[in-house]
Design a protein around this ligand. Structure first.
Ligand code: ADP
Length: 532
């Protein structure tokens, strides 16, 4: 059987040797047990009253998080079926960004419910058929249930961002942060025909510990965590003409080692003067075509720095390649490798380039760009651990806002749609015969794990709460869910707890797929060798 044991890198899900050659029911039971263990690991973190996990690695580094995908990414999972559960959270994270904990909790519960049926000798293929039919029906129910919104309806987008932050460390600051997230996305959204698209690559995230989460801000432009290279250079340029160079501004050294014999001191002088002259020519070229800001991916020679300063050119060196690409997009400039090739049309432009103090560092801000579809989110917080969690949570919020802009349909949260779909599925199951009907009903029960767990984590009585919730929904109040903050049931739409339908759909698809895949396995065979 799989179990959780203490390994050198923290808790490890292990598979006993003997389990490596298991057949039929043994294999199935073992896989289900492993998947259920993974579910138990993340279950207590679901919903706004879910608890955080502290993950400690072998070096003693600590991560504090509530994000299912992060928890599972950090723990060392060795059991193959447990790994498949971890995969669900990764897929959901990549596809829609949120709903990772829900999908693992739901997937594990689907397997636990399947176990009940396997014990009653229902064949796994029948369970799989029932589950797949139920999943399709659930998607239909969600689609009928969902509400269309306008993709640029700022108020709705803010509600969605806020909901995704409720279960995170940043929930206290969600008022400020959700506005920043929506502001950032609306600055980069593009429209093709009737459809809207969001490329999150256009949002650059910079983190700096110090200050508080409330100091997090959005800069309409690019922020570079570098300071201006020479103290004699201007620290602020209005109407910047920007050259983007991906090679070093210095005299190239030869590849081979060579020796120059100098017989008289004037020759040495001439040699240095020649180097100076070449650097000066390069800087003069920049000046002549009107460059007043130079952003360089590599180094800048001291002498070149001196000439740049003399010409009033602001320069930054050793900028990341990814930032060069963003700068090129934002300023409309072309990244070039040789100054000789540079011409006026290659220059980018921005209204303002200036150096600003961020805590103890000085950073360069490039604002008012030609193509404003590039923004930087400057994340602040009391410590590195806090800003790392803020970063993860903001990423999830950016993703859900993107989801809803690209597919502008929402449902309420707090377990409302899961509970609604569960009752509908139970009625619908009566159309099926015997065993498949059992499987569909089990699927419906598994869906209820979401409201049940949210209630349980909020300290509410799960059984009573579910009974009340079902009763209200049966009276036609379909948006009734668990108001975890006030520990009562409530109309989740009226308290602004809303989520993109895309997230709900992905949870259904990924969890069902993983559960069915695990149920299909009836042989676990140890094979020698591995990838590579
Ligand atoms: P996931 O990783 O699945 O997104 P979370 O821990 O973020 O997991 O919890 C998400 C669940 O919490 C969703 O079902 C969402 O509807 C629910 N939720 C968010 N805010 C509230 C709230 N105020 N009351 C009840 N449930 C909420």
């Amino acid at each position: 059987m799989a179990s959780i044991q203490q390994g050198p890198n923290g808790p490890v899900l292990v598979l006993k040797e003997s389990a490596l050659q298991q057949k039929g029911k043994d294999a199935q039971q073992n896989n289900i047990a492993a998947a259920k263990l993974v579910t138990e690991l993340v279950k207590s973190s679901l919903g706004p009253r879910g608890l955080d996990k502290m993950l400690v690695d072998s070096l003693g580094d600590v991560t504090i998080t509530n994000d299912g995908a992060t928890i599972l990414k950090e723990i060392d999972v060795q059991h193959p079926a447990a790994k498949m559960m971890v995969e669900i959270s990764k897929t959901v994270d990549n596809e829609v960004g949120d709903g990772t904990t829900s999908s693992v909790v739901f997937g594990g519960t689907l397997l636990a419910k399947a176990e009940d049926l396997l014990k009653k000798d229902v064949h796994s293929s029948t369970i799989i058929d029932g589950y797949q039919a139920a999943a399709e029906k659930t998607l239909e129910i969600y689609s009928e249930l969902s509400k269309k919104i306008k993709p640029d309806d700022k108020e709705s987008l803010i509600k969605i961002a806020t909901t995704s932050m409720q279960s995170k460390l940043i929930s206290e600051d969600s008022d400020t942060l959700s506005k920043i997230v929506v502001d950032a996305i609306l600055s980069i959204v593009t429209k093709k025909g009737e459809d809207y698209f969001v490329d999150l690559e256009n949002i650059k995230v910079e983190k700096k510990s110090g200050g508080s989460i409330q100091d997090t801000q959005i800069v309409k432009g690019i922020v570079l965590d570098k300071e201006i290279v020479h103290s004699g250079m201007p620290t602020k340029i209005d109407k910047a003409n920007i050259a983007l160079l991906n090679s070093a501004l210095e005299i190239e050294k030869t590849e081979m080692s060579s020796e120059i014999r100098i017989s008289d001191p004037t020759q040495m002088q001439m040699f240095l003067e020649e180097e100076n002259r070449m650097l000066k020519t390069m800087v003069d070229k920049l000046h002549d075509i009107g460059v007043n800001v130079l952003i360089c991916q590599k180094g800048i020679d001291d002498i070149a720095q001196h000439y740049l300063a003399k010409n009033g050119i602001l320069a930054v060196r050793r900028v990341k390649e990814s930032d060069m690409i963003k700068l090129s997009k934002a300023t409309g400039g072309r990244v070039i490798s040789n100054i000789d090739d540079l011409s006026e049309k290659d220059l980018g432009s921005a209204n303002l380039v200036h150096q600003k103090k961020v805590e103890s560092d000085k950073w360069v801000f490039i604002e008012g760009c030609k193509h404003p579809q590039s923004v930087t989110m400057l994340i602040r917080g009391g410590s590195q651990r806090v800003i790392d969690e803020v970063d993860r949570s903001i990423h999830d919020s950016l993703m859900v806002v993107k989801d809803v802009i690209e597919k502008p349909e929402i449902v309420a949260g707090g377990g409302a749609p899961e509970s609604f779909a569960a009752s509908q599925l139970k009625d619908w199951a009566d159309n099926f015969d015997g065993r498949e009907q059992l499987a569909i009903k089990k699927y419906a029960e598994a869906l209820e794990v979401i409201p049940l767990t949210i209630a349980e984590n909020a300290g509410m009585d799960p059984i009573d709460t579910m009974a009340n919730l079902r009763a209200k929904q049966n009276q036609g109040r379909k948006w009734t869910g668990i108001d975890a903050k006030n520990t009562k049931i409530a109309d989740m739409l009226s308290i602004d707890v809303v989520e993109p339908i895309a997230v709900k759909e992905q949870i259904i698809k990924s969890a069902t797929e993983a559960a069915c895949m695990i149920l299909r396995i009836d042989d676990v065979i140890a094979v020698s060798g591995g990838p590579g």
